[in-house]
Design a protein around this ligand. Structure first.
Ligand SMILES: [Mg+2]
Length: 224
């Protein structure tokens, strides 16, 4: 199913073969996912304990202060995305930076949310002035990145908050410039740079400058 979903979505994405490409995650990179999800947890009898950068094991029951089961975490995530994907606010600077970067490069949003919420996510991006193509994915992002990155001869960039995705992408497309960014400063403080990323960024201004300086170094003209 995953392969079918991915193949059909990839087939619908246009990437210019001589244009730089940015493949960006959405939650905690473009959207302030965690702030909203924390509110949702608190409204549903639970809370996040800030022990480490992961959901499983760190969401506790408000009454017992015991970690809730992983399957309940999955259910909460599912119902959260079902109800709130269209209304999660964007991270500061994300929309203007994407608009600016889109003058130099193609942009694809690669997001691990349920396929049923693809339209909601696309709508939310469009409503914020950044209606770039969206691919919904499950698990590793390696296959999608390998396929998309293979379509252009120009530099390719990948942004994600989860270290595991950097490792997976490095394994199949090591030439892709990998930027590790965690939008929520409280979460960002819980984690050092992803081992398999090239750069740890702390805001969108920095991400834009990093990408533009790499494009210039690679001989691509940058519109000021
Ligand atoms: Mg994310």
């Amino acid at each position: 199913m995953q392969t079918d979903h991915l193949d059909s979505q990839l087939a619908g994405i246009v990437v210019a073969q001589d244009r730089p490409l940015l493949i960006t995650d959405a939650d905690e990179v473009l959207f302030a996912f965690f702030k909203e999800f924390e509110r949702y947890l608190n409204a549903n009898g639970t809370y996040f304990n800030w022990a480490s950068f992961r959901l499983n094991g760190n969401i506790l029951d408000q009454q017992t202060h015991e970690a809730i089961d992983n399957h309940v975490v999955r259910e909460l995530l599912g119902s959260f995305f079902d109800r709130h994907t269209r209304s999660i606010p964007m991270i500061a600077g994300a929309a203007p930076s994407l608009q600016r970067l889109s003058r130099h490069m193609d942009i694809v949003v690669l997001t691990n949310i349920p396929h049923a919420q693809r339209a909601d996510r696309a709508e939310a991006l469009a409503a914020n002035g950044v209606g770039f193509p969206v691919i919904t994915n499950e698990g590793s992002k390696a296959e999608a990145v390998r396929e998309l990155a293979g379509r252009t001869t120009a530099p390719v960039f990948f942004i994600d908050d989860s270290p595991g995705h950097h490792t997976d992408v490095a394994g199949v497309a090591d030439h892709v410039m990998r930027i590790h960014f965690i939008g929520d400063p409280r979460l960002s403080d819980l984690l050092g740079p992803a081992e398999d990323s090239h750069h740890r960024a702390f805001d969108w201004e920095e991400i834009s400058l990093f990408i533009e300086s790499h494009l210039e170094e690679a001989g691509h003209s940058i519109v000021p």
